[in-house]
Write a protein that binds this ligand. Sequence first.
Ligand code: PLP
Length: 397
Amino acid sequence: MINVFQPMLGEEELAAVAQVFSGNWIGRGSRTEEFEQAFARHIGVPGDSMVSMNSCTEATFLALELLGVGPGDEVVLPAVSFVGAANAVGARGARPVFCDVDARSLNPTAAEIESRLTPATKAVIVLHYGGHPGDIAEIARMCRRRGVRLVEDAANAQASSVDGRSCGTFGDIGVWSFDHGKIAVAVDGGMLHSPDPHLVARARTAAYLGMEQRSGFDEAARARTRWWDFEVSSFGRRSVTNDVLAAIGTVQLRRLPGFVRRRQQITALYDTLLAHLPGVERPPPLPAGHLSSHYLYWIQVDPAIRDEVARHLYRRGVYTTFRYHPLNRVAAYGTPARLPGADHAADSTLCLPLHQGLTDDDVRSVVAGLREFVTRPAPRTPARRHDAEEGRDAVRT
Ligand SMILES: *Cc1c(COP(=O)(O)O)cnc(C)c1O
């Protein structure tokens, strides 16, 4: 099978893990710190503003806690969001309010988010769909102007930026993922960044049982105090990662630029091969100054045939998927709101295989499967042919 997502791990990562094993310290330690520092450098922020976590979901839960989101508050997020973001809102006793997304880019506009703000809105959570930064600069300006906090779910955007500024650094808090399905992986793991040192300090404490260490690793303080003493003034959780995973993540981070270059080539190859395929829309082009991580490559087809296209490719040994199942259709969130952009995207979009391990021949084989399907003779029943053609025209316009 050709996978949609696939990590690329090898000898270097194994050697890094072996080194950690031989040191007898596998918990959170110097390698975790090194991983935080390396990622902070990559993003272009101070090393002490980056906090490693055990997952991006955990980082999102923590972010809303740090921002004081609570019962009665509303948090606006696009309907096409990772489910963990909405769960984080619900877990605070707050209400997720879904905004629409652009049908093609699957990112929300600042104006659309603003139209959902009410006096109860405490925060906004946005992601960068597929790695495309979207309207993030304008969204951040609007949130500041309206006095609403902004959390960036930058899980798709490990290497995305706008005019040289990394995604994840536009809002009050940015979170990233290094789980098994992302570009650079640490098997599992996340990062949290804030430009506000108070939020960062609270994040560090909350991520480790709420313990405020008095001496820590400060030698002078240790000489004066018992280093096992601590104070707790807020109830923390245990959201830290460890040196084994951090060692893997650090190697992957070094390889990330190469991964993204390969993904960019694959994206360009898809663009070329799909350019003249009837009824197949490609992702919109990136605006000037925007760099994408190329996390997803998505096409859009007539909703009447989308599922059949997926099944046809599956039978040919090609996995596809749709990210992210629209949350306005999830019963638990109880919002039957009509969101035409998200609804159209959810019914017409298919994410094609995209990972740095794909060969050009893999990509050609995916496209050959698609071509076979969309250029096959029309179905024999006149009624069905009529429907399909109508739908296809609707997509093209
Ligand atoms: C993968 C992903 C997450 C969750 O990351 P974990 O580290 O698995 O918790 C969050 N948001 C988006 C957009 C993702 O793709």
